[in-house]
Design a protein around this ligand. Structure first.
Ligand code: ITT
Length: 199
C-alpha cells in the first residue's frame, strides 16, 4: 500500500483523510514525528499556507507529503476568521473558544440573524521540497445561532451547509466526508494521484 504523510498536527483532519483515502493509502501524520519543528504559517492565503506546510515537511521527510490549510469565512465579518480560523480567539485557542468568539462577534452584528459563510480547504502535495500539485474545495452554508451536534471538530457545530437542516456536527462522519470542502478537494487529489506516476 502507498504511504502518504499528512503535514498536520490536527488529528481530526487525519481521521477525515483516513476515512476518505484510507483504503488506498497508509496515512500517517506529524504525530509520528514529534521532534519536527512547528511550521510558521505566515502566508496570506489558504493556498500559500498549505504550500508552506507541504514544502517544509517534504524537505525533512522523504516521500509524498500532503498539507491541508482550511478555515471558515463569514461574510458579515468580512471573511473572518479565514486563514486565522485555528487561532481566532488567540494563539493556542481551543475549538470551543474559537466558536464562542465567533458567536460573540456575530451577536454584535445589527439586523436579523443571517450569516452566510463557507468552509474552504486547499490541499498541497509536495515531494523533496517542491510542490507537485494543489487542489481547492469550498462548501457554502450559514452560521447558526447556537451550537448543535457532537461530531466533527472546529466550527462544525455552528455551520449548516446549504440545502441541509443539520449542522456539520449533526451529520455522521460519512455524511460530512461526502460533501465537505475537504471532500471536494480530496476528490481532485484522488484523480491526480491515480493518473500520475506518484500514485
Ligand atoms: P495543521 O496546520 O497542523 O494542519 P490546524 O488545525 O492549525 O492544523 P489550519 O491552520 O488549516 O489547521 O486551521 C484550520 C482551522 O479551521 C481548524 O483548526 C478549524 O478551526 C477550522 N476548520 C477547518 N476545517 C474544518 C472542518 O472540516 N470543520 C470544522 N472546522 C474546520
Amino acid at each position: 500500500m502507498k504511504r502518504l504523510l499528512l503535514a498536520t498536527r490536527n488529528g481530526h483532519k487525519t481521521q477525515e483523510f483516513r476515512a476518505m483515502l484510507g483504503a488506498d493509502f497508509a496515512i500517517e501524520d506529524l504525530s509520528a514525528y514529534p521532534g519536527n519543528a512547528e511550521i510558521v504559517e505566515d502566508g496570506a492565503s489558504f493556498a500559500q499556507n498549505a504550500r508552506l506546510k507541504s514544502i517544509a515537511v517534504s524537505r525533512q521527510i522523504p516521500g509524498l507529503v500532503l498539507a491541508d490549510d482550511s478555515g471558515l469565512e463569514v461574510d458579515s465579518l468580512g471573511g473572518a476568521p479565514g486563514i486565522f480560523s485555528a487561532r481566532f480567539a488567540g494563539a493556542g485557542a481551543s475549538d470551543a473558544q474559537n466558536r464562542q468568539k465567533l458567536l460573540e462577534q456575530l451577536a454584535k452584528c445589527e439586523g436579523a440573524w443571517r450569516h452566510p459563510a463557507r468552509f474552504r480547504c486547499v490541499l498541497s502535495i509536495a515531494s523533496a521540497g517542491e510542490e507537485v500539485a494543489s487542489f481547492a474545495g469550498a462548501i457554502e452554508g450559514e452560521i447558526v445561532r447556537a451550537e448543535r451536534g457532537q461530531s466533527g471538530f472546529g466550527y462544525d457545530p455552528l455551520f449548516r451547509p446549504e440545502g441541509l437542516e443539520q449542522t456539520f456536527a449533526e451529520l455522521s462522519a460519512a455524511e460530512k466526508n461526502r460533501i465537505s470542502h475537504r471532500a471536494i478537494a480530496v476528490a481532485q487529489l484522488r484523480t491526480f494521484l491515480a493518473q500520475s506516476l506518484l500514485g
